[in-house]
Every structure is written in C-alpha cells, then in structure tokens.
Ligand binder design. Structure first.
Ligand SMILES: Cc1cc2nc3c(=O)[nH]c(=O)nc-3n(C[C@H](O)[C@H](O)[C@H](O)COP(=O)(O)OP(=O)(O)OC[C@H]3O[C@@H](n4cnc5c(N)ncnc54)[C@H](O)[C@@H]3O)c2cc1C
Length: 480
C-alpha cells in the first residue's frame, strides 16, 4: 500500500502546477539535505487544445521571469502585446501599456508544453501521466496523506497510491477536490457568462499587437487578440440562457457591430471551425489552513480562486502565487508539521492580496460595465469609454491595474468611482443621440427641465456603482 513517498505531490500540470514544480526545484535546501522530492500527476501530457490562458499580461511575464521560466514564451510563435484597443460604436480608443511594457499572447497548448518541459527537467521532480481519483485521508485525524491515481501508460485499471508530506491540488477550474479540501469554508464558483471561442486566419486588428475589446449592444464584449503569426483568437461573451444556435447568434447579432475587416474571416472561421465554450466563473479566495480546511493539502490556481477572464489575469495570479509560495516555503523546516504550513498559508493569503484582489475585483467590475445589461450600467459603460478618451492617467491608471503593473485595490477604487462620477458629468454635459418625433436621430444636450430627472438618475448610477464594486471588495477583505 505504501508505495511511493514524496515531499510534495502536485495534482495537475497546467499553468500553476507546472510552474510550482519547477519553482520547488529551485528552493535552496539546508546543507546535507536532499533536494525536495516532488511528484506531479497530470491526467494528460498531450498538448492541450483549449480556449483559455492565451494572453499573459506584463505583470505575469515579470512573475514568469522571477520563476526563471521566461524561455517558455520563446520558440512558440508568441506575439508581443503592447496594450489594448477598446471599440464602442465603431470608435476606437488606444490604451497602450505604460513604460513600453509588453505581455505575450500565444497558443495555450504550446505554452503549457513549454512549462511542462521545464518541470520535467527540474531537479527532484517526477512527472507522471495519471488521473487522480481520490484524496487519501488519515482515518483518525482526517489529514490528507496523499492521493490515489490511475496511471495512463501502464493501462492498469488499478488505483495507485502516492504519499507526500504536502499535497497541492492545482487541477483547474473544474476542480474535483475543491469541496473536499475547503470543507465548510468552501464557496461555489459563480458562472457570470460563457466565452465562445474561434480562431480567425490572417486578420488585421484595428491596432497591430494590441488586444481588441469591442463593446457590443445587447451582449457581453467580444475580445480579439493575435495568438500566432497567422492566428487570431476571437472570444465572444454570451450570457445565460445560451442561444440554441450560437453561430447564428454571432453572425446575426454581433458580427454587424464588429470592424468590417473581420466580417469575412469570422464567417469563414464559423464555417470551418468547431465553436468551443468555457464558463467564465468567479470564485473569491478563502483563507486556507484554518479550522475548516483539510490538513496536509492546499489548493492553488483556478481550483482555489477565479476571476472573469475578460482581463486575462488568471495566469498572472497563478505565477504570482507560485513566486510567493516558493519564497515562503524556503522558511518551512518540516513540511509534515501542519502548524508551520498553516502559518505559511496565512501569510500567502495576505501577501498575494495587493495583486490578486486588484485583478479579481477589476475583472468582475469591468465585466459588469462592459457587458451592461441595464440603463444605469449602460451610462457607466459609455462613461468608462469616455474616461479612457481623456487619456493620460485615465488610461495609464486602469491599464496598469489590469496588467499587474500597479497592484493596489485603493488605486482601483479611485479609478472606478472616478469613472462613475465622470459618467454622471458626461450624462449632464455631453451631447447624446435621441430619436425625434419624425423618427430621425438627432444630437441633443440635456436641458434644464431634464435636470431633476437626471439628478435622480445620478443617485441611481452611484448606487449601481456601489452595488457593483463594494460586494467584490468585501469578498477580498473578509477574513473568515
Ligand atoms: C475562456 C477563458 C479564457 C481565459 N483566458 C485567459 C488569458 O488570456 N490569460 C490569462 O492569464 N488567463 C486566462 N484564463 C484563466 C486561465 O486559463 C487560468 O487562470 C489558468 O489556466 C489556471 O491555471 P491552473 O493551473 O489552475 O489550471 P489549468 O491550467 O486548467 O491546469 C489544470 C491541470 O490539471 C489537470 N487535471 C485536472 N484534473 C486532474 C486530475 N483529476 N488528475 C490529474 N490531473 C488533472 C488538467 O489536465 C490540467 O492540465 C482564461 C479562462 C477562461 C475560462
């Protein structure tokens, strides 16, 4: 039964698991001590073909460099990303990353294979193709001692036991072990919408080497970014209930609102490609290592904390988490001593807050605005676009938050409520289009007699902004 014993077991060799395996091999050990013995169990080592994790923000690239994994974006036809272009009603606004920082976009599978190659070469790390089916718990204390898994290469049906002082579960957004590990402290992921993905061939985006976000009426945003010399990813946000014919929905309702240069490539892609779909989930982080969570195990990556993928922050958070855990683990003397690990988990939880909270809150708040589905959110969406048009700190601030260059929920709070106030100002002062008595569109500025109505609407807009932002902030500051 006691077949194999390691220092650390990692379930899943995706973004977080592979990076952690490599990072553990770089931890300096006391003189005379062996390198950590790490086992990574991954259900399929074949190149994944998924529509996730294709744009790494500059902050994520910096974390990748800190982990000594920067080579993983070399030789995979990755594209440097210089910022964003947001389009509303056919009008673009240019949002470059500050200080000439860049991110990278790529085919997810190629990047994962590069990360896995690094993990396989790492000292003390063994990567095994096996599906983990259960956690092994001590019948007396309930502590997790390891996992049971079925190997792929042997073809054996039998489950094999793997034991370790510490088990790290990094099995992604559909984690099978989240509930078992978190116990009563666990929360359920909330699915905000779905992304439907296709790859377009040889298209020119409005601004080269910039992610494009098109704000469309009656639907969530459409994202486009180049993932290879000839390939551009299109992700279409679709809210529940999903249309029965997704292709028809995209062609009839969304394509007419996208830049005309994209119409034919999208049509071709929809004819030739299978549409893929992924849920866009939000799962706030709950502190691990407390009374309710299991001993001997921890969750990492999407298994523990998820944000809306609109802002492409998932991999950045995962790499940043690995950087922090690696540094904290250097101080742990005995991994089997849960008190030590538990204190590490406490420090990790709060040390990651600056970046992770900023990215988590921003992703959902921005999604609520960009996917506006009522009148008040629509005012905020237009106001947000106009805020970007002001330029200067009104674009540098938000894009630095989104890209992980600035990690500060306080700065995020400032920009979010600045957008809300500017939206109200714009509603009073800026011309907008109305339909006149003859059914023709005319441009008008609000008149004094409309002011009482607009004052009431302003209060409602501020309230809406609070309802969007403050509960998200709460999910990050609550400490139990
Ligand atoms: C539609 C969409 C688009 C996204 N786009 C971006 C983006 O552009 N940029 C970005 O930074 N983030 C993006 N994200 C988020 C990003 O993909 C995740 O945050 C990231 O992949 C999380 O890494 P992970 O290691 O936790 O999970 P994963 O990378 O999913 O890895 C989990 C691994 O565990 C393995 N596994 C699962 N179960 C088992 C088991 N029982 N036994 C053994 N192995 C198992 C899986 O095979 C997989 O290899 C996107 C998410 C979505 C939904």
């Amino acid at each position: 039964m006691w077949t194999t014993h390691y220092d650390i077991l990692i379930v899943g060799a995706g973004v977080a698991g592979s990076a952690l395996a490599h990072a553990l091999s770089t931890i300096s050990r006391p003189k005379g001590k062996e390198p950590l013995r790490v086992c990574v169990l991954e259900r399929s080592l074949a190149e994944p073909d998924r529509i996730v994790g294709e744009l790494l923000q500059p902050g994520g690239l910096a974390a990748l460099e800190e982990l000594g994994l920067e080579e993983c974006v070399e030789g995979i036809d990755a594209v440097p990303v210089q910022g964003y272009c947001v389009v509303l009603d056919g009008k673009p606004v240019h949002i470059p990353y500050p200080s000439e920082r860049t991110g990278r976009s790529f085919h997810h599978g190629r990047f994962i294979q590069a990360l896995r190659a690094k993990a396989k070469q790492a000292r003390g790390v063994q990567v095994i193709e096996a599906t983990v089916t259960d956690l092994i718990e001590c019948p007396v204390t309930g502590r997790v001692l390891g996992v049971r898994a079925t190997r792929k290469d042997t073809g054996a049906e039998d489950k094999e036991a793997f034991f370790a002082d510490l088990t790290v579960v990094a099995d992604g957004c559909f984690s099978n072990f989240r509930t078992a590990v978190m116990g009563a402290a666990g929360r359920k992921p909330e699915t905000k919408s779905h992304f439907v993905g296709a790859v377009l061939n040889d298209v020119h985006l409005p601004i080269d080497k910039h992610g494009t976000v098109v704000l469309v009426k009656g639907s969530g945003p459409v994202l486009l970014y180049q993932i290879g010399t000839h390939d551009t990813r299109m992700l279409v946000d679709v809210k529940a209930p999903l249309p029965s014919d997704l292709k028809a929905h995209i062609l009839e309702n969304l394509v007419p609102q996208l830049p005309s240069a994209l119409h034919i490539p999208i049509q071709k892609a929809l004819e030739s490609d299978r549409l893929r779909r992924m849920p866009n989930s939000f799962l706030p982080p709950t502190e691990q290592g407390g009374r309710h969570t299991k001993e001997g195990v921890l969750l990492l990556g999407d298994a523990w904390n998820m944000r809306h993928p609109l802002t492409g922050g998932g991999m950045m958070c995962a790499f940043n988490d690995v950087v922090i855990i690696r540094d904290l683990l250097t101080e742990v003397v005995d991994l089997s001593e849960w008190k030590e690990v538990s204190s590490l988990l406490h420090r990790w939880h709060w040390r990651r807050k600056a970046l992770a909270s900023t990215v988590n809150i921003l992703s959902v708040a921005l999604y609520d605005l960009f996917g506006a589905d009522d009148d008040l959110l629509e005012v905020l969406r237009v106001g947000c676009f106009k805020y970007f048009e002001l330029g200067g700190d009104c674009i540098n601030g938000p894009v630095s938050l989104l890209s992980g260059i600035t990690a500060s929920p306080a700065v995020l709070f400032w920009h979010f409520f600045s957008v809300a106030l500017y939206s109200i100002w714009a509603m009073f002062m800026h011309p907008h289009t109305e339909i006149d008595a003859n059914g023709k569109p005319v441009t008008v500025v609000p008149t004094l007699d409309q002011y009482p109505y607009l004052v009431i609407k302003s209060i409602q807009i501020l309230w809406t902004a609070c309802i969007v932002f403050l509960p998200l902030m709460w999910t990050e500051v609550r400490w139990w």
